[in-house]
Design a protein around this ligand. Structure first.
Ligand code: LLP
Length: 431
């Protein structure tokens, strides 16, 4: 199967983190998000140990919580010693409610509002990753008002065009995120930040995109950033301490996906950082990485109940499920591919080719096209695999569908992490 979280038990049923998918569906209902907690913890540990190995521990892994955000995930990653990338007041609030140490939060975003910045500063968010000069001025003003100081990084676009979907590509000059290197804007921002007394400029950040399979764009970006740190030293005398290289490591969704082994990514990027820093005559900075998808993506699956099957001769067969774009908008948005399995017959041959459709009033509400699955009919439980990232966090209440529950599985035992929304939840804020 596409990730170590999925297997088949002696009954021939799909298991997720060792728990029988049919039992989970029976106990918690569908649609249901299921996450394998051990796999999440293993991924956190792997990243930490490769930072140890390739940077002598002078670094930190930040979980990019936009990939999957709820209180329980903050507790899990905090327990594994990670920091977290947060991108809104809402993510900060969720982290703090979960008891996440504020000092280990890194606040990102291209348009943090004044209220969000104030909230972050007042709650001791460790680092703010400043995106633009308007934000720098806003933050400086706010700090002057409160008499506080704040660690910051500057978000730089290194001018790298990573080969991934254009909606999730962020390192190129035509991007809404960060300061451009090519135009001199980035160096100007460094000077402005260095001159702004209440901020402490710790270093730089870049993030070139998401679901990237090759090591090369990451290596390239790391080299460009290290060179820029060298240029900063020459031009301003400043020796920056921190280099945050972002996230974006690809995962396998379907058989043909072939992401680089992330150890090889870590090794090659570290080699590049070391050699460029040596050449530039600057010390090796503290290196941060921000994986999101590769921590939670392959650890999750969504369970659905199959409804109607509609065979249109010579055209296609639609298999409708009780969820869809409201719990997983990724096919509708990016044409993302997924593998699906009929949970009761997970080990049997895949004899059917279907289009998996959701229940929203929209023809584009599909989860997969040309999916090859085992024979099934109404009432069967279908699992869509590798939905741990950017599914629950991007879910909506379109058509007033309540968001599904989230279940964590550990040691084969399941527990509720997020309750299923009720109809009453849907009208909670309606007046
Ligand atoms: N750091 C920053 C600053 C980011 O913007 C992101 C993702 C990450 C880290 C984590 O990237 P990851 O390791 O998860 O690839 N909704 C899209 C993905 C958007 C990614 C946004 N930024 C999707 O469903 O594919």
């Amino acid at each position: 199967m596409i990730s170590e979280s999925f297997s088949i038990n002696e009954k021939g049923h799909l298991t997720i983190g060792g728990a029988d998918a049919l039992e989970l569906a029976a106990e918690y209902g569908t649609p249901l998000y299921v996450l394998d907690e051990e796999a999440i913890r293993r991924a956190c540990r792997r990243y930490r140990s490769s930072l140890e190995r390739f940077y002598g521990g002078n670094g930190r892994v930040l979980y990019a919580s936009k990939a999957f955000c709820c209180k329980e995930i903050y507790r899990i990653v905090a327990g594994e010693g990670l920091g977290a990338d947060v991108v809104s007041g809402g993510e900060i609030y969720t982290a703090l409610e979960a008891g996440f140490p504020a000092g280990r939060l890194y606040f990102h975003g291209n348009n943090k509002t004044e209220d969000e910045l104030r909230y972050a500063v007042q709650n001791g968010v460790g680092t703010i990753v400043v995106d633009n000069l308007t934000e720098l001025r806003r933050l400086t003003g706010l700090l002057e008002e409160t008499g506080r100081q704040q660690d910051i990084l500057l978000r730089i676009k290194p001018g790298i065009d990573a080969h991934t979907h254009s909606f999730i590509r962020t390192g190129q000059i035509d991007s809404k995120f960060g300061f451009a290197l090519e135009t001199g804007e980035a160096l100007e921002a460094v000077r402005a930040a260095a001159a702004a007394a209440p901020v402490r400029l710790k270093g730089l950040h870049c993030h070139i995109g998401s679901q990237i399979f090759d090591v090369e764009p990451f290596r390239h970006a790391a080299g460009v950033m290290a060179d820029f740190m060298g240029e900063i030293k020459k031009e301003t005398g400043l020796e920056l301490e921190t280099l945050n290289l972002g996230g974006g490591f690809g995962i396998q969704y379907v058989e043909k996906d072939d992401p680089a082994a992330y150890e090889s990514y870590m090794e090659q990027v570290a080699a590049e950082v070391h050699s460029r820093c040596r050449r530039q005559g600057i010390p090796i900075p503290e290196v941060l990485i921000e994986p999101g998808r590769s921590i939670v993506g392959g650890a999750g699956a969504t369970l659905y109940t199959v409804g109607a099957l509609k065979e249109i001769p010579g055209v296609r067969t639609y298999l409708s499920v009780d969820g869809g774009m409201a719990d997983n908008p990724r096919y509708a948005l990016y044409g993302s591919e997924y593998e699906a399995v009929v949970c009761a017959r997970a080990g049997e041959p895949r004899t059917e080719t279907v289009t998996i459709a959701g229940k929203c009033c929209e023809s584009g509400d599909l989860l997969a096209e040309g999916a090859s699955i085992q024979a099934c009919g109404p009432g069967d439980i279908l699992a869509v695999l590798a939905t741990g990232a950017y599914n629950y966090s991007m879910a909506s209440n379109y058509n007033r569908l309540p968001r599904p529950a989230v279940v964590m599985v550990r040691g084969g035992q399941a527990r509720l992490a997020v309750r299923r929304e009720s109809y009453a939840d849907l009208v909670r804020n309606d007046l």
